[in-house]
Design a protein around this ligand. Sequence first.
Ligand SMILES: Cc1cc2nc3c(=O)[nH]c(=O)nc-3n(C[C@H](O)[C@H](O)[C@H](O)COP(=O)(O)OP(=O)(O)OC[C@H]3O[C@@H](n4cnc5c(N)ncnc54)[C@H](O)[C@@H]3O)c2cc1C
Length: 321
Amino acid sequence: MIVGGGYAGVTLARALDDAFDVVLLERRDQFYHNVGAMRGYADASFFERLLIPYDRLLRRGRVVQDEAVLAEGGGVRGLVGRYEGDIVVVASGSRHRMPFKSLFTEAGAFLREAGRLSAELAEAESVEVCGDGPVAVELAGEIRWRYPKKAVTLVVKGERLLTGAGNPRLGERAAGQLREMGVRVAYGGVGTGAGLRIAGYGAEFSVPCLGAAGRVAVDDRFRVVGREGVFAIGDAADCGEPALTFLARRQALHLAGQFLGKKAGYGRAGRVPMSVPLGPERGVTQLPLPGLPVAGSWVTARLKGRRLFVAENRERMGYSG
Ligand SMILES: Cc1cc2nc3c(=O)[nH]c(=O)nc-3n(C[C@H](O)[C@H](O)[C@H](O)COP(=O)(O)OP(=O)(O)OC[C@H]3O[C@@H](n4cnc5c(N)ncnc54)[C@H](O)[C@@H]3O)c2cc1C
């Protein structure tokens, strides 16, 4: 019984499909590849590529559309039904503003609201994107790539960009590239106050179905502390790693190995990469190598910026191209 069909839940469900009777409980009718959200914001037609139906994900198991309200050893209570399971894995992720994550249960409703936001952006003469993290930085770059004549300001509270990266050079190089592209970077939280203001921050971590106000503490086997028979992975779980897609997938694959008797305790990822495209051809990447070297546009475009892992995610869901 898996709660949440995001990156972690989908990866786990697929890895266990042959060996277990998998039920994946997901509140939405389609998977949302939110890594591509910033490009979608700048170019609404892209959003359709980011939504992928669940119908081809599992061969034996099933995906049920319902929202879990209580997860406990032995099963899950949803808004619609009750689901029994010897093992319960919570992979309910995190939340963010639209369109960075979806607030909607139906893809059609998501597309209408996301399209409205993109249209609002298209019409604005000037835009202020607020935030210093990857979402804000990437969005500022994507907007300027899509609308080279629009006045774009990145409004940053402090004095640096991408402070979550291990190597401060990543933020410095991103700031340099943004300036070259014609994006004004306003430090100290002072923008012009004019034009459209977009908040590029605001991730929320809580796990209501486990009554947790933040990420839930798990041990090195992803067991939720104090809850027999309940596991958690991905953004929902605090195993000492940052909340990232590829770590959510890595944890899911490890947990699958654990259930299949092939893996024991989890070894935390050491060096963490961070790749921030600024449109398809520019951007910066911190590589997970000794010293966390920072690569520029050539590497970033080929690694992530041109395709944003869309095909990989569609393939994982059983859809080609
Ligand atoms: C805009 C943006 C861009 C990002 N880009 C990157 C990137 O480039 N690289 C990277 O590594 N990370 C990136 N991240 C972080 C990444 O999105 C998360 O780490 C990732 O989504 C975590 O996957 P997950 O499966 O744990 O959770 P989620 O992807 O949040 O999936 C959780 C799923 O559970 C469902 N759900 C929630 N509650 C319930 C419930 N009660 N019942 C049923 N279903 C439920 C949700 O609908 C959702 O489908 C980005 C984040 C944002 C916001």
